[in-house]
Design a protein around this ligand. Sequence first.
Ligand code: G1P
Length: 309
Amino acid sequence: MSKEREGSSLGIKTVVVPAAGMGTRFLPATKTVPKELLPVVDTPGIELIAEEAASVGATRLAVITAPKKQEVMRHFDEFPELVETLSARGKDEQVAKVVRASQLIHPVSIEQKKPLGLGQAVGLAEGVLDEDEDFFAVMLPDDIVLPATAMEKMANVRAECGGSVLCAFEVPREQTYNYGVFDVEDSENPDVKKVVGMVEKPDPEDAPSNLVATGRYLLDRKIFDALRRIKPGKGGELQLTDAIELLIQEGEPVHVVVHEGKRHDLGNPGGYIPANVDFGLRDPKYGPALYQSIKKILSEYEAEQGIQQ
Ligand code: G1P
């Protein structure tokens, strides 16, 4: 794949990746290593996102970074000396791993000076879009959504219904306080729902449903205007959810595609570890031995804890 490639038939050119968070749930690792560079098996989360973005035909990755997190962008450099050393030693497989990120997509960095919320972060991307980009994607690097075809389905809904299209995932009601939650109406297609309201991290008893936003968005360009008009919301931050809710109230079409596949949350160790196990088990090199190790660890743990099978 080349970075010069034109956008695909899905029409997605730019993928915005908010990566300015402090990664507090990963301290102490994140004192020096940005959360987005922590690996799933051997590949940093930011490269998995770049790969997903490229797979839907996007050509530009607009990474929102914090002033002290520029290492995230360094991951897309070409590392010629390392490539030369590895090539001289005949390590072609490793060379391919080094150059891969730099060949996937064209990365652009946008600095978010202060952590004022996801809404503010996404708003900063307006300046990098081309004039003819009526919509763009947002992929939150904490969320791994599998299979990556979710975005394709969303683009098809956007082509049919216009407006903005998000990815929804069903969670137990008691977990809704962690997410943006949708109020929906059925459409003709059982996988697609019309969104009539959206609320950020409500108390479970106030949640309009148990369909929540997982980190994939196709947003109409009108979102930038809405982002300029919202006030700080949950946590005192400018919330993307509140700008989407504003668009809905103003009659703009917003739909969700209900994701039936898998989702991993790389944003905290409790989700990051299972993601590594899942990807690791499917890795041809590490999978078979990992499977045996995990079975052993589990049976030792069960014996220790007196868990009956
Ligand atoms: C963000 C969004 C939330 C969404 C979630 C998905 O929250 O604000 O609406 O449901 O991502 O992962 P965060 O997890 O950054 O607190």
